[in-house]
Each structure stands twice: as structure tokens, then as C-alpha cells.
Design a protein around this ligand. Sequence first.
Ligand SMILES: [Zn+2]
Ligand SMILES: [Zn+2]
Length: 197
Amino acid sequence: MLVNREVYCCMTSEVEYMISRIPFNDDNNPFEESDYDQMMVPYCSECESSYGFEELTVAELKDDAFATGEGLNEETDELEDGFLCPVCEHWHKTIAEARKCCGEDATVYRCQNCDKVISEDEHENLDTKPEEIYEWWAVTNWFGEKLKEQGCVVIEAWGKSYWGRCTTGQSISLDGCIVNIAKSMQILDGMENEWSA
Ligand SMILES: [Zn+2]
Ligand SMILES: [Zn+2]
């Protein structure tokens, strides 16, 4: 199905060699210095995972997603435990107040690994680190775009697309990004038989 059609073959040794040659500026190397940037991925400051963030609104946050912190209760004039607005990190006595602080439709992001919630601003300014890539696969250009949308490392060089795979030792069709793409194409439910036929 999807994988058979869109993923050509494993190119790990070839791509690793081309990457290793980037500093030498070989004329015949499809990879170039700017490709290093493509291999950098944003990571969560809390758990250091680059698994990715899910976009949602304050209204969609469950109560336990609100961070607690100590702040000054202006009514009692005492330091008390309370809840932080996930957008501006202002202290509030109750979760209900923290929700209202910057508006329930404000956008926030949740780490898909540790569930930490961060503001849109923090999400745009996340630190980056080199992705841990275990395998390189040649994929169709169309599939390369789909993988990029999933936050995967994809390098286009000389009209070809190479996907830096962050897993190994399992079937490609089980990778989270592949499952997501298949889901978004509604292949997994019912249509799967059609595609594999
Ligand atoms: Zn706020
Ligand atoms: Zn995290």
C-alpha cells in the first residue's frame, strides 16, 4: 500500500557518506551546507524530546494541564499556591480564572511526549538540536512533503527526496508519522483493502 508505493529504498550508507562530504564542497555532492539546517529539529525544554507539539486552544486543555505555582493573592495579600495562565504565566487563584486570563480561544501547544503546555511565543522560539536519524530512505517527492508536514527530516537534493527516519527495527508502516499520514488519507479504515489490492 502507501509505503510500497511511496518509499523506494534504504539509502542510509549513501546519504551518510554524502553528509560526511558536505564540509569538502565536492562539486558532485547532491548535499550542501544548508541541508544541515533541515536536520535540526525543535525540542521541548522540559523533556528534551523532539517528538513534536500538538496545537490546541486553552478551552481544549484539561484541568490537569494547568501548571501550578506560587503567587501573591491580592485579596489576602499572601503568597499562595495557584494556577498559571499557559499563555502569559500570570498567577491565578483558580483554574477558571487562569483559563479566562488570555482568552479561552488563545492558542497553546502541548508536548506530545511529556504533556508540558507552552505558549505560541515559546513554540516559535524553541531551541533546536540535530535530529537523531537512524536510517535514510529515498521517497517520492510527494511523500517527502507529507513527511515534512509531520515534522520529519526530509532533504531534497537534485530533485530527489530523502527521509531521515528516527526509528529502526520495526516495519515502516508502524512509524507514528506514517500512521498519521495514512490516517489523514483515510487509508487505514476500509480503504486499505482497496489500496493493497
Ligand atoms: Zn494570561
Ligand atoms: Zn516535553
